[in-house]
Design a protein. Structure first.
Length: 240
């Protein structure tokens, strides 16, 4: 009887891919080091760096760093697109139920507990699926930052000691120019249910009047069973 080795083959291929990628990142770091030596030495003191920008070291964003960041962003976008495609029937049901719930609960004295319960189930399924997708996107960002760490370790190994003991003393394990951060829209996945799925760089003009927005407001205003004191349903949930 032959053992099923598919899992081992998949793991071996993944490990081999990571090893090849690591070798490439280190090799590229050693190649780029001579051209980065003077740039690193000329960096300003940490106290003079801007605090409210994503990239504090734009002069160090080499083509290799930009390529790693682009690959991570592309992978996250593909995950989001796949989620919206796989859950398109669920999204359609949420849209239709949103109209029903918003219309009923916005009429004075009207209530539809059964419809709201169904709607809450649909939203729960969506948020669970979006949470899994967000976890996978976070893995992509972690892997991208691991690649950057290998790259910059190779660079710093070649450029140290810096000429004239450059003014930037914190080239340590936390020094990671080009660090990849997951887009903020991943913390607001309910926004993807509105319109074409976002992400939303700025609020849409009719966002507040969107049926999904109105229905979610009704759902989140419902008290949590057993919470007491009329706590809203959305109080105990993570970002949606």
């Amino acid at each position: 009887m032959r053992a099923d080795t598919n899992g081992f083959i998949s793991a071996a291929r993944y490990a081999w891919h990571n090893r090849v990628t690591a070798i490439h990142d280190r090799h590229q770091g050693r190649r780029d080091a001579p051209g980065l030596r003077d740039r690193i030495a000329a960096l300003p003191h940490p106290d003079d760096l801007p605090r409210d920008v994503t990239d504090q070291f734009p002069q160090l964003l080499t083509p290799h760093v930009q390529g790693i960041r682009a690959a991570a962003a592309r992978g996250a976008d593909q995950l989001r697109s796949r989620l919206l495609h796989d859950e398109r029937e669920l999204c359609a049901r949420i849209h239709s139920e949103s109209v029903r719930v918003a219309a009923r609960y916005e009429e004075p004295g009207e209530a539809a507990p059964a419809a709201l319960a169904r709607y809450g189930e649909l939203i729960g399924v969506w948020r669970a699926s979006a949470g899994v997708c967000r976890s996978r996107a976070e893995v992509l960002t972690h892997e991208a930052n691991q690649r950057l760490a290998r790259y910059w370790t190779a660079v710093l190994t070649q450029v140290h000691p810096l000429p004239d003991e450059g003014p930037f003393p914190s080239c340590g394990p936390h020094w990671l120019p080009g660090r990849v951060v997951l887009h903020e829209s991943w913390q607001h996945t309910d926004d993807w249910l509105r319109g074409d799925g976002g992400p939303w760089p700025s609020p849409a003009p009719d966002r507040a009047g969107h049926p999904v927005t109105r229905a979610l407001a009704v759902l989140d205003a419902q008290p949590v069973r057993g919470a007491g004191n009329g706590s809203p349903a959305g109080a105990g949930r993570g970002p949606g």
